[in-house]
Design a protein around this ligand. Structure first.
Ligand SMILES: Nc1ncnc2c1ncn2[C@@H]1O[C@H](COP(=O)(O)OP(=O)(O)O)[C@@H](O)[C@H]1O
Ligand code: SF4
Ligand SMILES: [Mg+2]
Length: 340
């Protein structure tokens, strides 16, 4: 990490304000509120986790963060600047600093291109240096992700899933990004190699001073890699805080339910004995419930939850929650009763 970037560690590299992303349904008759009023900062040098069930809006946030899609409302600032205010040329070079990697490496790699050609491609599109310089950088990126040089001449079908994901990481690294959004990047890999790939991400972060936004539905992944975690439900954040604090002392009933369903390394108080099975389906993001969106499944819902949207508040230092009753002393995973 350079001295300058080490010095600025902890400052916001991304600031998200009142972000909304809406999609029209295919018949254009309805609007999907995929992300609906989200606020957070990603700090330079950290790994910021986003967790939530399928359909909660995680990928949509990730794509918006790197401007693969345009927010419907609100703002995303990169290092204090609004990329949408840049000229076309400036925007193209700016976005190289903010990369995204998805779950399926097969979708990211052209089966007819050698591995070296795939890793060279972003450098060629960006017209970086001479041909020899580009090849040197591409080979260096392959080495960084732990692939021997002879892999450069191979094709994707000759590689395992884990090796292909390493190639995708190398491709993202060639342009020396500041931040990488990792969207379910180990979900398609065998359990046996997930740890190796997560360790690779950690090594690269340490060596290159990278910032990550790590999107996953898997609590074990988030607790392995993230310093802070945001919990998403139906297009909104319901809780955000240091990962250990959220895992040990969750404040939102949805987080409590999510953690209680997890058989893996969780505090003993939250295992089987206090398992909470959420009732009912996740409502549609086309027509979400009034007031608190979680109220149709919340074991603590009160009449107020129907009428009023819970405020997003910092209940403890650096620990945010959106629930009217999160500060009740008896509102914890061990005492699942609330007093009205
Ligand atoms: N291009 C799109 N057009 C219409 N709806 C979409 C589109 N992309 C995502 N959605 C919808 O937005 C919601 C959030 O999706 P997504 O961000 O993919 O969630 P997650 O990554 O948490 O599974 C879902 O209801 C999904 O069906
Ligand atoms: S605001 Fe009400 S419905 Fe929402 S999570 Fe809190 S108690 Fe449950
Ligand atoms: Mg997704």
């Amino acid at each position: 990490m350079s001295a300058a970037s080490a010095e600025r560690r902890g400052e916001p590299i991304v600031s998200v304000r009142d972000l909304q992303v809406r999609f029209q349904t295919s018949d254009r008759r309805a609007t999907v509120k995929a992300v609906d009023g989200v606020n957070f900062d990603v700090r330079r040098g950290e790994t910021f986790g986003i967790i939530g069930e399928s359909g909660s809006g995680k990928t949509t946030i990730g794509r918006a963060l790197v401007f693969l899609l345009k927010p419907s409302a609100g703002a995303i600032l990169h290092d204090g600047i609004d990329p949408l205010a840049l000229s076309r040329g400036e925007f193209q070079s700016h976005r190289r600093d903010y990369q995204i990697i998805f779950q399926d490496p097969n979708a990211a790699l052209n089966p007819r291109m050698t591995i070296l050609a795939s890793v060279l491609e972003p450098l060629e599109l960006a017209r970086v240096g001479s041909r020899a310089e580009r090849e040197r950088q591409a080979r260096e990126a392959l080495e960084r992700v732990g692939l021997p040089q002879e892999f450069g001449e191979r094709y994707p079908h000759q590689l395992s899933g884990g090796q292909k994901q390493r190639v995708v990481i190398a491709r993202a690294l060639t342009l020396k990004p500041k931040l990488i959004v990792c969207d379910e990047v180990v979900a398609a890999l065998d359990m046996s190699i997930r740890g190796d790939v997560l360790n690779l991400f950690a090594d690269l972060q340490r060596d290159l001073g990278l910032t990550y936004v790590f999107i996953t539905h898997d609590l074990a992944v988030v607790s392995h890699i993230s310093e802070r975690v945001a919990v998403m439900y139906l297009g909104q954040f319901v809780e955000l805080g240091p990962t250990e604090e959220v895992a040990e002392r969750p404040l939102h009933p949805y987080t409590i339910a999510l953690l209680s369903a997890e058989p893996r390394p969780l505090p003993s108080a939250m295992r089987e004995e206090s398992r909470i099975v959420l009732q009912g389906e996740v409502p549609s993001p086309i027509d979400p419930p009034s007031g608190c969106r979680f109220r149709t499944r919340c074991p603590h819902a009160q009449p107020l939850c129907i009428d009023r949207v819970p405020e997003w508040r910092e209940l403890k230092p650096d620990h945010w929650v959106a629930c009217h009753f999160a500060d009740r002393p008896n509102f914890s995973p061990n005492t699942l009763e609330t007093t009205p």
